[in-house]
Write a protein that binds this ligand. Structure first.
Ligand code: AMP
Length: 218
């Protein structure tokens, strides 16, 4: 099974992605994670991506597509993958289709996490990540056991540079303009699965499973 997950910034798609890949044995391909790793490693890709990400802007299509093309060709994608954060523009979606065609693969479902903008703002403001291992937390919905420290490795949990209020609004605006058209694109292909994104992490995950099972039986 090859999946794609989309939702506005702060919709919880990263958290849900981790649960989905674990349950269905898929490879998690997150462009955001790839860029953050590259920035940490100070690679050429990291240097390129950093300036865009910190401003809350999209990394140029050609750079993102090249990263994904290389990743999809890797052996571990054979048994299924979940794309998280890609495609984000129609251009990327068309390119993805061409890449998959070459690899004799296709997307089976597009999970779209629907959430209320008010909940989004709250979620964004409380979001924290571990500075060392990248585990994600939320001050309100998923706090660490020890305040300010990662449950897994004990390092400090921090707010991502692109999680400030100003960039949050900018990202939401860009999402609505550039990424929202993808909803129509995938709806026309009958791949869109709408998931209500309110409620607990477990509740949203339950809805994802229910949706996938529904299609599995037909
Ligand atoms: P994410 O963790 O998915 O929210 O991604 C963090 C940041 O990485 C985004 O705000 C963009 O600046 C950049 N990024 C990630 N994926 C893409 C993409 N498919 N196209 C353009 N920029 C991206």
């Amino acid at each position: 099974m090859n999946l794609l997950i989309m939702g506005p910034p702060g919709s919880g798609k990263g958290t849900q992605s981790k649960l989905v890949v674990e349950k269905y044995g898929l490879v998690h391909i997150s462009t955001g994670d790839i860029f953050r790793k590259a920035i940490k490693e100070k690679s050429e890709l990291g240097h390129l991506a950093k300036s865009y990400i910190e401003k809350g802007e999209y990394v140029p299509d050609d750079i993102v597509c090249e990263v994904i093309e290389d990743r999809l060709a890797e052996d571990d994608c054979k048994n299924g993958f979940l794309l998280d954060g890609f495609p984000r523009t129609i251009y990327q979606a068309v390119k993805l289709e061409q890449m998959l065609e070459k690899l004799n693969k296709k997307i089976d479902h597009v999970l779209k996490i629907d959430v209320d903008p008010y909940v989004l703002v709250k979620r964004r403001a409380g979001r924290r990540v571990c500075s060392n291992c990248g585990s994600s937390y939320h001050l309100e919905f998923k706090p660490p056991v020890t305040k300010g420290a990662c449950d897994k490795c004990g390092h400090a949990i921090v707010q991502r540079a692109d999680d400030t209020e100003e960039t949050a609004f900018k990202r939401l605006d860009i999402y609505l303009k550039s990424t929202y058209p993808l909803v129509e694109y995938y709806d026309a292909k009958e791949l869109l699965r709408n998931i209500h994104g309110f409620g607990t992490i477990e509740r949203v995950f339950f809805r994802i499973n229910r949706e996938l099972e529904k299609y599995d039986n037909h």
